[in-house]
Design a protein around this ligand. Structure first.
Ligand SMILES: [Zn+2]
Length: 82
């Protein structure tokens, strides 16, 4: 797992890894589906690189924009996606 390079949201999709949004202010963590994020970012014309993408996230708990995008758990796929 540690050998996987995650540079863009597309990389998370490729490796079936959830995007974990970690709040550096309060420590709150939230796991998001990378496919949903991908479509959201493309729709809004935002860059998919994590370094830029993490600035878009606001913490659901303390409302600050101080997020870090990390590797979360594995994406659970439904039978139809396999
Ligand atoms: Zn927070």
């Amino acid at each position: 797992m540690s050998s996987i390079r995650l540079r863009t949201i597309s990389d998370f999709i490729h490796h079936d890894i959830l995007v974990q949004v970690f709040c550096r202010s309060c420590g709150h963590r939230q796991e998001l589906d990378p496919t949903h994020l991908y479509h959201l970012f493309v729709k809004r014309g935002w860059t998919l690189h994590l370094h830029s993408a993490q600035r878009r996230f606001r913490c659901a708990k303390c409302r600050t924009q101080n997020a870090e995008l990390q590797a979360g758990g594995l994406v659970k796929k439904t039978a139809s996606e396999r």
